[in-house]
Design a protein around this ligand. Structure first.
Ligand SMILES: Cc1cc2nc3c(=O)[nH]c(=O)nc-3n(C[C@H](O)[C@H](O)[C@H](O)COP(=O)(O)OP(=O)(O)OC[C@H]3O[C@@H](n4cnc5c(N)ncnc54)[C@H](O)[C@@H]3O)c2cc1C
Length: 602
């Protein structure tokens, strides 16, 4: 898989500079002088916001303003291996959950990190690029929850519309895949031998290979990722790059929306107040205001504008416009973190090895392949329905996400999750320098729900985030099952070729449970629950009769006119999927609904 010709570092670097120059401007310019009025104002240029901005600004006669708090996306952000590092940059909102006594016990101050993208492209620029639609039952369930038009047979066409499948074998399946959509999907161009061992082990333990974005999801596969030619293909690259000079779209960057303007008489949204360069500005919407600020910021902005739970708003001295359960129903996919296996060969991804390697650098810079093309170490995956594990049509409640490195592979990874430094030193420091892998068993269909609340009425202060992980003990048991399964995988021949052994230094506070017992793993998981960053659900879609619903099935905010929410926050139940592709689907479908509701044929 290495390139055929080995250029020198200098030549490879020059090629890369040439490539960047040739790429030119890859996103719309920053419009400093916004007009007083647009047809549509979209808040947030993330996964959903960029897709929506493209589709709405394509309608003749419509002018669209996209307001984004972050700055430009740059070439460095699109190198897959640096995904972990981006969380330390200003492209991350750097949220942390409220300290908890039941989870995140091994994290500094018992707080888990909750990264969110603050950049053109939003979280699609921070993410690990895993492309995953979810199971057909996820969407049929959304419809059963009172949301007509969201069943799988309806949403499949939007999943197809967004996709540009570049994997030839999969592209042949015209029912489940599409070629020519904006979002490029490929396999990662290079793999460690450990990723192959993971798949072989999965087969030996009764699994089977699957296109998990095809008719069924259960099974094992290398990851399908949103990459083109070994580089990140964010929503910004996919949807805004091709229309960067479109005159009907204006984008104001480094601009934080602080309030939705609502007419008290008509109860309709009329515009947005935002802050740019420390100055307060106001812009009006002739047709609609659309909030696409993501699962943490969308509920925050609604509540700041008087749309939210009455008692909570009154407590913060915010006049209530509409009493709705904004901020409830926070869902995430949490995993059993820091379970790691040591191997006895140099086959895993280790930061210092990559940084020291002339070959790895040249392979990426000149050919966009090699270890640097692996998004943060994520390579392959297994989806399992624990209640029906042999059924290919099973609805997965467990994912095993294979990572060809672990918390000891690079000095920053423990900080990504916020692991307490003293605890890290006790458990992991003595194996630093060893090769390792980490399976990340992940809970796909959690029962536990968290909540986003305002800290105060200052729009520039971070909201309070209560994750409520493991509020239901069943959720914890799925992850314990997941850990035990990964130990079984490690014990198979494909991993034993590399001498894979479970790292067995116990967490001091869990030691009395007996290392390796279910009770021990429960305790371990409560110490190290790693978010897989799928925050969703906080502006739940549902009928007016649902006390927790915030938007209806056309994504209009209940009780407030000309206002919609379009992003991961509307998910009524989190799908058994990494949430980026489902969020694109939501935006594509929303674009059609907005056109229909404004008299434009689709
Ligand atoms: C580290 C990380 C890894 C992930 N890995 C994967 C993965 O591999 N695969 C996958 O499918 N999913 C992954 N996800 C999740 C996925 O990326 C998200 O579900 C998806 O991007 C959510 O899209 P969104 O449009 O709802 O919000 P976002 O993409 O977060 O967009 C919200 C945008 O709104 C902007 N904004 C917020 N508030 C304001 C304001 N007041 N004013 C102006 N702008 C504002 C933000 O800056 C941001 O650009 C990951 C997420 C993260 C953070």
């Amino acid at each position: 898989q290495r390139g055929p010709y080995r250029p020198s570092i200098l030549e490879a670097s020059l090629r890369s500079i040439w490539e960047i120059t040739r790429m030119g401007r890859t996103e719309p310019r920053d419009t400093r002088d916004v007009l007083p009025e647009y047809d549509f104002i979209i808040v947030g240029a993330g996964t959903a916001g960029c897709a929506l901005a493209n589709r709405l600004s394509s309608v003749e006669g419509w002018k669209v303003l996209l307001i984004e708090a972050g700055r430009e996306e740059n070439y460095m952000m699109d190198i897959p291996i640096v995904a972990n590092m981006l969380q330390f940059s200003e492209a991350n909102w750097k949220y942390r959950t409220v300290p908890s006594d039941t989870a995140c016990l091994g994290m500094a101050n018992r707080q888990c990190n909750y990264p969110r993208g603050k950049v053109m492209g939003g979280s699609s620029v921070l993410n690990y690029m895993i492309y995953n639609r979810g199971h057909y039952r996820d969407y049929d369930q959304w419809e059963l929850m009172g949301n007509p038009g969201w069943g799988y047979r309806d949403v499949l066409k939007y999943f197809l519309r967004l996709e540009d499948m570049t994997i030839p074998d999969l592209a042949r399946d015209k029912v489940y895949h599409n070629v020519g959509g904006p979002v490029a999907v490929s396999y990662i161009p290079w793999h460690t031998p450990l990723a192959a061992a993971f798949l072989e082990a999965g087969m030996l333990k009764g699994g089977w290979p699957v296109d998990y974005n095809g008719p069924t999801q259960a099974g094992y596969s290398y990851l399908q990722v949103t990459m083109r030619n070994g580089t990140r293909w964010s929503s910004n690259r996919a949807y805004l790059g091709p229309i960067r000079d479109r005159r009907t779209l204006h984008v104001t960057k480094q601009s934080v929306a602080t309030r939705i303007l609502i007419d008290p008489v008509t109860r309709e949204a009329t515009g947005i107040e935002f802050v740019r360069d420390r100055r307060r500005r106001v812009v009006r919407a002739r047709r609609e205001v659309i909030i696409s600020a993501g699962a943490i910021n969308s509920p925050q902005l609604l509540m700041l504008s008087g749309i939210g739970p009455r008692a909570h708003l009154q407590e913060k001295n915010i006049p209530v416009v509409q009493d709705l359960a904004v901020g409830y129903n926070l869902m995430d996919h949490v995993s059993a973190g820091a379970v790691l296996f040591l191997v006895n060969q140099s086959v895993s991804l280790r930061a210092e090895r990559i940084l020291d390697s002339h070959d790895d650098y040249v392979d990426y810079i000149a050919y966009h392949t090699g270890p640097m093309s692996i998004p943060g170490g994520c390579e392959s995956v297994g989806f399992i329905d624990l209640k029906d594990p042999n059924n290919p049509d099973g609805w997965p409640d467990l994912e095993l996400l294979f990572n060809s490195g672990s918390v000891i592979s690079e000095p920053t990874l423990r900080d990504n999750f916020g692991i307490d430094e003293a605890l890290y030193q006790k458990i992991f420091a003595h194996v630093e320098g060893r090769d390792s892998w980490m399976p990340l068993p992940m809970l796909m269909r959690p029962k536990s729900k968290g909540r986003v609340m305002l800290r105060d009425r200052n729009p520039l202060r971070k909201p309070l985030i209560f994750h409520n992980y493991f509020q239901y003990p069943e959720d914890l048991e799925v992850l314990v099952d997941g850990v035990l399964r990964t130990i079984e995988l490690s014990n198979t021949e494909p991993f034993q070729r590399f001498g894979s052994t479970l790292h067995d230094t116990p967490i001091p506070a869990c030691k009395s449970k007996g290392f390796g017992t279910r009770a021990y793993w429960r305790c371990h998981i409560r110490h190290f629950p790693f978010t897989i960053y799928h925050q969703s659900g906080t502006c739940k879609m549902g009928p007016r009769s649902d006390p927790n619903a915030v938007v209806d099935s056309r994504l209009r905010v209940h009780g407030v006119g000309r206002l919609r929410v379009v992003d991961a926050s509307i998910m009524p139940a989190i799908p058994a999927a990494h949430t980026n592709a489902p969020t694109y689907m939501i935006a594509e479908k929303a674009a059609d609904m907005i056109k229909e509701d404004n008299g434009v044929p689709v």
